[in-house]
Every structure is written in structure tokens, then in C-alpha cells.
Design a protein around this ligand. Structure first.
Ligand code: IPD
Ligand code: CA
Ligand code: CA
Length: 269
């Protein structure tokens, strides 16, 4: 296939099929997983053979879909990381801690970027069989239905999500300051354990806003794109665009963005 000739809509639908197959395989594997299968990559950072095999299945499938020189940025390093014009950014299992404890919230997250611009994004929440996706300059979808961010226009009317720091405590105090502000000034704060799902939930309006630090590109690339395509806002903690590689992200609907980013900026600046 010539690199100029692929159709994003068709590619998105093929990646969806791939995610479904691998997702159902992951679900079957959950029945078998045992604590002895759990390996530590760092402080409170775990991996299993399921993460690695899922990544191999996905990257093999993605390579077949775009069989020219495309780079991969995949969490478990089962493929060479190389800078190319096009790059697949892959988290084969976002929410590994949930997975190894049998907590039913984890996902597959895949984005395709062209020189830093995201072309498509897919987040598949496996347990609920919910496929969130978007491509090109189009709309965002959940299982074939168009989705949009919520209409809440104050933090006080918002349900927020976050990820608690679990290995990088360097900004814990500032994080707690924002967290406490949110507890006092919102409908509540949820911690689901899959950043990709948190972002997908902002995109479809279940959550009004999300923030977390120390995330990696594969946690956020697909979800952030889907939020934007669904009409939302995504930024780093200073309100700039370095949220994929910058290890800090805030995502909201378009109405509470200014209020929320001001709270975060005031604390983290
Ligand atoms: C993790 C999840 C979690 C977030 C962590 C991530 P993993 O990804 O997204 O919600 O709080 O920071 O590392 O390790 O399960 O792929
Ligand atoms: Ca992840
Ligand atoms: Ca992962």
C-alpha cells in the first residue's frame, strides 16, 4: 500500500475490529491470571504476560493494516521505537492494576499520529464492550453513536475524575491542594484506574473534567484526541499543548475549562 492511499475511516474501522479481538482475548485471560504472573516494572508499576502478548497481537495487526514504514511507541517495548512520519501510539492494557485485581475497568488505547498530529484515536473499554473512537477532522463516537462533551458550566455542577499519584510523589502536595479544592467545589471526584477511560468518559459527557500528572503518551494520545473531537478542551497544567509528552494533562468540556485550568495553574505555577 502506498502511504498516501489509506482512508482514515476504513482504517479506524479495521483498528476497531483488531481491538475487539484482542480485548476479548484479554477478558478470557483475566480468568486465568494469578499473582505469580505479575511482574514489577517499578514502584507500584506492574506488567503481566497478557500486557505483552496483547501488545504483540495489536502491533502485528496494525503493521498489516499500514504495511509501510510506520513507527511504534508502545508501552511494553515489544516493537522497536523509531521516529517515522507516521507513528502508532499503543497501550495494550490501560489499567493493569485493575486487571490483576479483577476490577472491571481497563482498556486498549491506540492513536495514529502524523508528525505529531493525531489522525485517529480509539479507546476500547473491554468490560463494558464500549468502543470510543474518532478519525480525521470529524466527530467522535461510542459504539456507533455520536458523542459530545457535557454541558455543565461550573465546577460546582461537575463530576470530575483523576488518577492518584502512586510512584511519583514529587508533586503530591500540589496535587492534593487541587484535589481538596475539587472535593469542596464539585459534585465529586472519581478514580477509575484507566486514564484512557477517564478521557473517553469526558468525551461522552459522563465526566466533566479530568486531571492527572506523570502519565505517558500511550495513556493519553487516543483519549485526548477523542475529547477534542467531541468538543472538549485538553491542555497541560500551564494551559499549553504539551499534554502528550509533557506528563500532565487536564481535559474538560469547553464550558468549565477556564475555571478548572485557573485552579490548576494557580497551584502548579
Ligand atoms: C495507568 C492507568 C492509570 C493511571 C496510571 C497509568 P497502566 O496505566 O492509566 O489510570 O493512573 O498513571 O500508568 O500502567 O495500567 O497502563
Ligand atoms: Ca497506561
Ligand atoms: Ca498499560
Amino acid at each position: 500500500m502506498n502511504e498516501k492511499l489509506f482512508c482514515l475511516e476504513k482504517l479506524c474501522s479495521d483498528v476497531i475490529s483488531l481491538c475487539k479481538d484482542t480485548g476479548q482475548w484479554i477478558l478470557r485471560e483475566m480468568e486465568e491470571i494469578d499473582q505469580k504472573d505479575v511482574k514489577s516494572k517499578g514502584l507500584h508499576d506492574f506488567v503481566t504476560h497478557v500486557d505483552k502478548s496483547a501488545e504483540k497481537q495489536l502491533t502485528k495487526g496494525l503493521h498489516k493494516l499500514l504495511p509501510f514504514d510506520v513507527g511504534f511507541l508502545a508501552e511494553e517495548n515489544t516493537v522497536n521505537r523509531e521516529d517515522k512520519k507516521y507513528t502508532w501510539i499503543v497501550d495494550p492494557l490501560d489499567g493493569t492494576t485493575n486487571f490483576i485485581h479483577g476490577v472491571p475497568c481497563f482498556s486498549i488505547s491506540i492513536a495514529l499520529c502524523e508528525e505529531g498530529k493525531t489522525l485517529l484515536g480509539i479507546v476500547y473499554e473491554i468490560n463494558r464492550d464500549e468502543m470510543f473512537y474518532s478519525w480525521g477532522n470529524g466527530k467522535a463516537y461510542l459504539n456507533g453513536r455520536e458523542i459530545n462533551v457535557s454541558q455543565s458550566n461550573t465546577l460546582n455542577d461537575s463530576l470530575l475524575a483523576t488518577g492518584f499519584p502512586y510512584f511519583d510523589y514529587s508533586r503530591l502536595e500540589k496535587y492534593m491542594e487541587v484535589f481538596m479544592y475539587c472535593l469542596r467545589n464539585s459534585r465529586g471526584v472519581r478514580r477509575f484506574g484507566s486514564a484512557a477511560v477517564d478521557l473517553a468518559y469526558v468525551a461522552c459527557g459522563r465526566f466533566d473534567g479530568f486531571f492527572e500528572y506523570s502519565l505517558k503518551p500511550w495513556d493519553v494520545a487516543a483519549g485526548a484526541f477523542i475529547v477534542q473531537q467531541a468538543g472538549g478542551m485538553v491542555a497541560d497544567f500551564s494551559g499549553s499543548n504539551d499534554y502528550i509528552f509533557g506528563k500532565e494533562i487536564v481535559a474538560t468540556n469547553n464550558l468549565i475549562y477556564n475555571e478548572f485550568i485557573d485552579v490548576i495553574k494557580n497551584v502548579f505555577d
